[in-house]
Design a protein around this ligand. Structure first.
Ligand SMILES: Cc1ncc(COP(=O)(O)O)c(C=O)c1O
Length: 501
């Protein structure tokens, strides 16, 4: 939080950063952040994470919010580059990165520069309703940020607030497009106009989005109906009766199970085709993640996705690629679906997380027939687009996607032998770029592993029931991987000594 403090006689006004630590307030000079230096390795001040300061902060926070999911409280004044600082002064190598959403490092120079610019101050002080009063330079900002990295074949971008929001709005675009085709250009009927106010057909038609088992597409109402990863996310919430297709359950390593995996993918595609043809409720769009992320880092081949595209085209159904977690370089191409070699691009590509801004790319055919139909007050945020521009600049200038490819290959090449040596804990090593994962034999062993890794100074996360996922920043280097590997091996040794002495 920035505050302007009363100035001493004759002195210029000072803008200071005000942070809090434990119960008290701490004041940090504004220049401080840009002087932070990334450490060479983790530094642990406490033997437990969360330590006492984190626990005290949590205790206070728990009076106001549900803190049961909190892992530790962080100190973002001190976090730098690939390292996250916690309230106890621990500096941990961060390979989880705010659930896969930090692209270029904590307190990155480029983002701080953008944050301190006049353009950002004006954007923050005057948040516009972008659908009605966009700033005169909004097109330029879109061109310099999102459109600079637009996926092949996309020429428009709809900006939103977060990943679920992006998906939800993409679904609305799909439904409007479907209804427009069906109406064949005629005006809304009187029956449509009246029944829609009762949430009844034909005004509120029964139309579906098809998603895949163990897919995750967010937690808002429409998005949640397509989320199929964990029951706990969905319980007690009314849902649309939309269909679900099986996502291939591949065997790893992929190159050693080509035949079985191809057969599994063929069966899943046949099921998609069957659902699209026979589902009681017509399907307007299929949504798919390039790598199922929350569901446990489940991969499918480029052939599978090409087949999926072909089937959606044959059935005149839209394809939405959810790149909320895979997008912005993490898989070794800016968008993961660029690796599929599609003959026709998807109809929509949704994004959020590492872009630090959300929305979806689309083509002009998905613009609704009337204004105000896919609409809300803010429709995104110029402040977030300014940050996204700084991210895109840095990713392109520093060739970070190329770096991800190289460092990801290095990481996997060192993990694979560990998967042989420590096979009781590390299984099914897989990944694209630094979007890497392995499975543990049980949820309990995974929890123990993640906990021990944090104590050693490496913050990591899980996905699915038993998977450990790597979601580092794009700025991860081989030196960071070496820091990780040394600690990982020490933790694996400790676990082996404990469980298999
Ligand atoms: C693939 C995917 N889609 C959508 C979402 C939802 O994004 P958000 O949590 O920003 O609403 C997520 C979040 O993890 C995701 O991984």
């Amino acid at each position: 939080m920035f505050r302007t403090f009363a100035r001493a006689a004759g002195a210029p006004p000072r803008r200071l950063f005000v942070g809090s630590r434990g119960g008290g307030m701490r004041i940090v000079g504004a220049r401080f952040l840009s002087q932070l230096q990334e450490p060479k390795e983790p530094h642990m001040a406490t033997s437990e994470v969360p330590g006492p300061e984190s626990q005290a902060a949590l205790q206070r926070l728990s009076q106001l919010q549900d803190t049961r999911a909190v892992i530790f409280t962080a100190d973002y004044n001190k976090s730098v580059g690939n390292y996250i600082a916690d309230a106890d002064g621990n500096m941990m190598l961060d390979m989880y990165c705010q659930i896969a959403s930090i692209p270029v490092g904590y307190n990155s120079e480029g983002i701080l520069r953008a944050a301190k610019s006049d353009q950002m101050a004006v954007a923050l002080a005057n948040r516009p309703a972008l659908g009605v009063f966009p700033p005169a330079d909004w097109a330029q900002l879109l061109e310099e940020s999102f459109m600079r990295v637009k996926p092949p074949g996309m020429d428009m971008v709809f900006t939103a607030t977060h990943g679920s929001d992006a998906n939800e709005i993409a679904y609305k675009a799909a439904f409007m497009h479907y209804a427009l085709k069906k109406r064949g250009g005629r005006a809304f009927s009187q029956a449509e106009m009246t029944t829609v106010m009762d949430n009844a057909p034909p005004g509120s038609p029964d139309v579906a989005i098809l998603s895949f088992s163990l897919g995750f597409h967010g937690r808002t109402f429409g998005a949640l109906s397509t989320t199929r990863s964990k029951a706990v996310h969905k319980l007690d919430i009314p849902a649309f009766t939309w269909p679900r297709a099986p996502f291939p359950q591949l065997q790893y390593p992929l190159d050693k199970h080509v035949k079985e995996n191809a057969e599994e993918e063929r069966k899943c595609l046949a099921e998609v085709a069957r659902i699209l043809k026979t589902n009681a409720v017509p399907v307007a769009a299929v949504i798919v993640e390039p790598i199922q992320s929350e569901g446990g880092d489940r991969h499918a081949s480029a052939e599978f996705f090409r087949g999926l595209r072909r089937i959606t085209e044959e059935n005149d159904v839209l394809l939405i690629v959810d790149e909320v977690q895979t997008g912005c370089g993490a898989t070794g191409t800016f968008w993961a679906h660029e690796q599929w070699g599609l003959a026709t691009p998807p109809d929509m590509v949704t994004f959020s997380k590492k872009m630090q801004a959300a929305g979806f790319y689309h083509t002009r055919k998905l613009v609704p027939d009337q204004p105000y139909r896919n609409f809300n007050t803010w429709m995104g945020d110029p402040a977030r687009a300014i940050v996204a521009r700084a991210i895109v600049d840095e990713v392109l200038e520093k060739r970070l996607v190329e770096q991800v490819r190289e460092v990801g290959a290095y990481l996997v090449s060192h993990l694979e032998p560990l998967g042989v040596r420590y096979h009781r804990i590390v299984r099914n090593v897989r990944g694209q770029g630094t979007f890497v994962a392995f499975d543990c034999p049980s949820t309990e062993l995974r929890t123990e592993l993640l906990d021990l890794m944090r104590r050693e100074g490496v913050n990591m996360g899980g996905s699915g029931d038993v998977t450990v996922r790597f979601r580092p920043m794009l700025t991860l280097t081989k030196a960071h991987v070496n820091v990780f590997l040394a600690r990982f091996q020490s933790v694996l040794n400790k676990m082996y000594q404990k469980h298999w002495p």
